[in-house]
Ligand binder design. Structure first.
Ligand code: PGA
Length: 252
């Protein structure tokens, strides 16, 4: 039985004070209301990570970052290494979010290096994949997502691939209020698992956690999270309100 992983992606939202407030609220509500064994993660902006790590200590919440660089240290002005993230208590790192692919032109090959950097520091990468609406309309979405997986993950060993969480996030559903139907989500998750099985075999593919992301909210979380191959969620907008995020976690 795969564990459900529910991660909040705060994106470029919440200054230090707001982050501390939201993290404190989450710790309190989750303590009182959540009794399932979902892994809960909050991926906060870099500037809030250290402060949040002490707030969530001893709670069910793990700390995540939204990005990292590939190198350990050196003359890379403005970048943050996985070693630095680890040192402030981070255990999950989002890699290859569609916004980074689009606005910062991150390629599959570059993301493969980031995956290695995260694994090298014993943290869990949350690897994002997903197609645009036009790719779906052209019927090339499956090949596109498979290439994202092959080019960024298929260099990993049998043991390392099992440490990766995959987030399928159709770009047309991110921040748009449009959610993939349960049938669309289940179909893609099953195909992603099949693609992993084609390289690593069924036993390993069955163990991989595949989250859905894209306008997940309290109203649709139950349906999405009950799909056979949907093992959690990567939640943007709805993770910025403690009540909504907790109401999603309840369905895990
Ligand atoms: P959304 O974002 O929930 O606001 O659609 C999801 C994401 O980008 O990870």
């Amino acid at each position: 039985m795969r564990k459900k992983v529910i991660a909040g992606n705060w994106k470029m939202n919440k200054n230090l004070e707001e982050s501390q407030k939201l993290a404190t609220e989450l710790v309190n509500i989750i303590k009182d209301e959540i009794n399932n064994n979902a892994q809960i993660v909050i991926c906060a902006p870099f500037t809030s990570l250290y402060a949040i790590s002490s707030i969530i200590k001893g709670s069910k919440i793990a700390l995540g970052a939204q990005n990292c660089y590939t190198k350990n240290s050196g003359a890379y002005t403005g970048e943050i290494s996985t070693e630095m993230l680890k040192s402030v208590g981070v255990s999950y790192v989002i890699i290859g979010h569609s916004e980074r692919r689009e606005y910062f032109t991150e390629s599959n090959a570059f993301l493969a290096e980031k995956i290695n950097a995260v694994l090298a520091h014993d943290m869990t990468p949350i690897f994002c994949c997903g197609e645009t609406l036009s790719q779906r309309e052209q019927g090339i979405h499956i090949d596109f997502v498979n290439a994202q997986l092959s080019e960024s993950l298929f260099h990993l060993s049998d043991s390392d691939i099992q440490k990766v969480v995959i987030a399928y996030e159709p770009i047309w559903a991110i921040g748009t209020g449009v959610t993939a139907s349960t049938a669309q989500a289940q179909e893609m998750h099953e195909l992603i698992r099949k693609h992993i099985a084609s390289k690593y075999g069924n036993d390993i593919a069955e163990k991989i956690i595949i989250q859905y992301g894209g306008s997940m909210k309290p109203e649709n979380a139950k349906e999405l999270l009950s799909c056979k191959d949907v093992d959690g969620g990567l939640i943007g907008g709805a993770s910025l309100k403690a009540r909504d995020f907790v109401d999603i976690i309840k369905n895990a």
